[in-house]
Design a protein around this ligand. Structure first.
Ligand SMILES: *Cc1c(COP(=O)(O)O)cnc(C)c1O
Length: 242
């Protein structure tokens, strides 16, 4: 490709990511207004799994700070390539095997998918030398799906108590991925259950302030039910490349 063309296409990719971010942020703003909530109550988490490092940098340059990754090794490569972006915030949102917990404790700011006490204890030890605790969300299997990660709501109160006792983890709230096939009514019911659990968790733990709920298709409903963090990938970056 001639140099001029290649420069033009890089420019257009950068521009496309910037415009997509603006569109998603506008959607969040509209959903907040509809829900009569403040716009700054909801944070956009840009899900960058299977997206190139260069695209993450473009999103950062357009003002995005929170990024979510699902696969440890892929994420570590990107984190290392982007260490010059000092205020970037990395969230691990995929299933976490205990043999990978050290990488998450070392290199991430947040974990959304905490569901096992054994992993929580490992993370706590592995985070001990860091000045800031790992910010954790407990994943809830909100629709009791056999194949989905997360604890049941009935276990939340015990599990939260044990996690909260770990000094190098900071319990910040809950995360859920609703059943893909749920009807709108079922989804609303699931989100309402989760919202109730979140409110009662907040009453027990004053640090709890984060409900990671909502993706492209259900952002409005999630924000209506108190989501404080929405996770959006392909609407920002386009189809996954990996
Ligand atoms: C991949 C992923 C997303 C983003 O999905 P998109 O379809 O790319 O918007 C959100 N949350 C979780 C947990 C994911 O794994």
């Amino acid at each position: 490709m001639p140099i001029a063309d290649s420069a033009a296409s890089i420019h257009s990719l950068e521009q496309r990511i910037k415009s997509a971010l603006e569109a998603v942020n506008a959607q969040i703003t509209a959903a907040c207004m509809q829900a009569e909530r403040g716009v700054d109550e909801v944070t956009l988490l840009a899900v960058s799994k299977a997206q190139p490092t260069a695209d993450i940098r473009y999103a950062y340059q357009a003002g995005q700070r929170h990024f979510g990754e699902n696969y440890v090794q892929e994420a570590l490569d990107k984190i290392h390539a982007l260490t010059d972006l000092q205020d970037i915030i990395w969230h691990f949102i995929g299933p976490l095997q205990s043999n990978k917990s050290k990488d998450v404790a070392e290199h991430f700011d947040w974990l959304h998918s905490l569901e096992r006490l054994k992993v929580a204890r490992r993370l706590n030890q592995q985070r001990a030398h860091k000045p800031v605790p790992l910010q954790v969300l407990i994943q809830i299997n909100i629709d009791d799906e056999d194949t989905k990660a997360g604890i049941e709501l009935a276990q939340l109160s015990d599990f939260a108590k044990q996690v909260n006792a770990l000094e190098h983890l900071s319990l910040r709230g809950l995360m859920a991925i609703p059943q893909a096939t749920a009807s709108a009514a079922e989804r609303t019911a699931s989100f309402a259950r989760l919202a109730t659990a979140f409110t009662s968790l907040q009453a027990d733990y004053p640090n709890v302030d984060t409900l990671s709920l909502g993706m492209s298709g259900d952002l409005n409903t999630a924000i209506q039910h108190g989501s404080t963090m929405v996770r959006i990938g392909t609407a920002i970056f386009g189809q996954r490349k990996g």
